[in-house]
Ligand binder design. Structure first.
Ligand code: PLP
Length: 452
C-alpha cells in the first residue's frame, strides 16, 4: 500500500473506532493523524506510504530478533495445526508449555526453576504481587502486605501493576493507589544528585531510601521490594554501581522478597539472559514478557524461586489465580523458537562483545552536543537526555515539548526513538549491524542539530 488516499481512509477509520493506549484521544479524533505501519523487515518498519523507518525501539522494547522472521511464523503455524489451544488449568498440560518452562529454568538464575505464565507484562506483575502476598500468608505472616517500589517505575497498567508502578500520570486516573504500595526515590544520579555527590555515594543514598521506608512501615508489615533492573519507560535510568548490591543487602537484612521486573531487560537486552545476572542480584521473582517471543505473539510470566515454590507446596489448598491463556501452546512454541534463534545467532553474548559497545560508542559522539545533558547506555539500552542548559543541568520550562520536536525530526528522517519527556530513549533489536549504527548516528546528528 503506498497510496495517500488509502492512508487517509485508514487514519479516519482509526480515529472513529480505535481507542489507543496512552494517547490523547481528543487530538487523535481531531485528525492529528496516526502513522500507519504496514510491514516489518529485519530492523525496519515500513509505513503505508512506503517509507522505510529504522526502528530504534524494537517495537516497544520487544522485537529483539527483528521483524519478518519466517522461522517464528512457521513455528506458530505448525503449533496451530497441531494444537492451537488448550488450557493448563485443572491438571492438564501440553508439550510446548513443558518444553518452554524447562528452557526458561535453564537460562534463569540457578535458584529459579519454575514459571507461571500470562500474556502481558502487567499480568505477570499482578501474578507476582499475588504470589508475594500468598507466600507471606502461607508462612504465617499475613500482615506482610506492603510492597515498596520506586517513583517513575513502570510495571504495567492493570490496577495492581499500575499501583506498584510509580508514575503519577498513571495514578491520576481511576486508581485510588491500591492500598499496600509505597514509592521511594529512583536511582537517577543525573537528575537527583546533590552538587558534587558522586554516582557511588548517590547510589548508596538511593538504596538506603528503601531501608528508611521499611522502618517507616514497620519491617513486620513489608512483603517485598520491586524494581526494574534498569528503569525503562521512566527514561532508561541506569543505577550507579553501588545501588543494586546495597538493595540486595537491605532485602536480605529484613528477609523481604525481591521482585525484579525484567519485562524490558529480560532476554539479552543488557548482555545476559536476565539483567539480574548482570547486576549480581538474587531476586525471588522475575517478571518477563515482550522479548520472550520477540513480540510475535503475546506471552509473559513470572519466574519463581525455589523458596516460594516450597511454600506453595506446603499446602494442598489451591492458589486461586490464573489466566485462560496461561501457557498458550502457540505462544510457547514461538517463544521456544525465538530463544533457539537467539542462542544460535549468539545475540546475547554479542550484546557484550559488539552491539552494546557499538551503541555506547555511537551515543558518546553526542555527549558534547549543546542540547545534550547526559548520554547513558547499558547493553542495547540507551538514553540521550536533552537539557536547556548543559552547565547547570537546567531543564526546559515546558517539559516534554523539546523531546517531542526531536522525536518528530527523528521520525521524518526515518528513525524511531521514543521521547520520555525530554529524554530520547532507544532499545534497538539485538540484530543491529554496523550499517544500522551508522544510519542511526547520521539521523541523530541531523535531528539534534535541527532541534536546536
Ligand atoms: N513492566 C515493565 C518494566 C514495562 O516496561 C512494561 C511495559 O512497557 C510492563 C511491565 C507492562 O507490560 P505490558 O504492556 O505487556 O502489560
Amino acid at each position: 500500500m503506498s497510496n495517500r488516499f488509502q492512508t487517509k481512509q485508514i487514519q479516519d477509520l482509526d480515529a472513529q473506532h480505535h481507542l489507543h493506549p496512552f494517547s490523547d484521544h481528543q487530538s487523535l479524533r481531531a485528525g492529528q493523524n496516526v502513522r500507519v505501519i504496514v510491514k516489518g523487515e529485519g530492523p525496519y518498519v515500513i509505513d503505508s506510504e512506503g517509507h522505510r523507518i529504522l526502528d530504534g525501539m524494537a517495537g516497544l522494547w520487544t522485537t529483539n530478533i527483528g521483524y519478518g522472521n519466517k522461522e517464528l511464523a512457521q513455528a506458530a503455524y505448525d503449533q496451530m495445526v497441531e494444537l492451537p489451544f488448550y488450557n493448563t488449568f485443572f491438571k492438564t498440560t501440553h508439550p510446548p508449555v513443558v518444553a518452554l518452562s524447562r528452557k526458561l529454568a535453564e537460562i534463569a538464575p540457578a535458584h529459579i526453576n519454575q514459571v507461571f505464565f500470562g500474556s502481558s507484562g502487567s499480568e505477570s506483575n499482578d501474578t507476582a504481587i499475588r504470589l508475594i502476598r500468598h507466600y507471606w500468608a502461607l508462612k504465617g505472616e499475613p500482615k506482610r502486605r506492603i510492597i515498596i517500589s520506586r517513583k517513575n517505575a513502570y510495571h504495567g497498567s492493570t490496577i495492581a501493576a499500575g499501583s506498584m508502578g510509580g508514575m503519577s500520570h498513571v495514578h491520576q486516573h481511576s486508581y485510588p493507589v491500591y492500598e499496600g504500595f509505597r514509592h521511594v526515590m529512583d536511582p537517577y544520579w543525573y537528575g537527583d544528585s546533590f552538587p558534587g555527590e558522586t554516582p557511588e555515594a548517590f547510589g548508596l543514598r538511593a538504596a538506603r531510601a528503601i531501608d528508611e521506608e521499611i522502618l517507616r512501615c514497620g519491617p513486620e508489615n513489608v512483603a517485598a521490594f520491586a524494581g526494574e533492573p534498569v528503569q525503562g519507560a521512566g527514561g532508561v535510568k541506569i543505577a550507579p554501581s553501588t545501588y543494586w548490591p546495597e538493595v540486595q543487602r537491605i532485602v536480605d537484612k529484613y528477609g523481604i522478597l525481591l521482585l525484579a521486573d525484567e519485562v524490558i531487560t529480560g532476554f539479552g537486552r543488557v548482555g545476559t539472559w536476565f539483567a539480574s545476572e548482570f547486576y549480581g542480584i538474587r531476586p525471588n521473582l522475575i517478571t518477563f514478557a515482550k522479548a520472550a517471543t520477540s513480540g510475535y505473539i503475546p506471552l509473559s510470566g513470572v519466574l519463581v524461586d525455589d523458596k516460594i515454590v516450597e511454600a506453595l507446596m506446603s499446602t494442598d489448598d489451591d492458589f486461586n489465580h490464573g489466566y485462560t491463556f496461561s501457557g498458550h501452546p502457540v505462544a510457547c512454541a514461538v517463544a521456544l523458537k525465538n530463544l533457539e534463534i537467539m542462542e544460535r545467532d549468539r545475540l546475547v553474548p554479542k550484546v557484550k562483545e559488539t552491539t552494546g559497545p557499538a551503541l555506547a560508542k555511537l551515543f558518546a559522539r553526542f555527549k558534547d552536543h549543546p542540547l545534550v545533558g547526559e548520554v547513558r547506555t547499558v547493553g542495547m539500552l540507551g538514553a540521550i537526555e536533552l537539557v536547556a542548559d548543559k552547565k547547570t543541568r537546567k531543564r526546559f520550562d515546558d517539559p516534554g515539548r523539546v523531546g517531542l520536536i526531536c522525536r518528530d525530526h527523528f521520525f521524518r528522517e526515518g528513525f524511531i526513538m521514543r521521547a520520555v519527556y525530554d529524554t530520547m530513549v532507544c532499545a534497538p533489536p539485538l540484530t543491529w549491524t554496523d550499517a544500522q549504527f551508522e544510519e542511526a548516528g547520521a539521523v541523530i546528528q541531523k535531528a539534534l542539530d535541527q532541534t536546536l
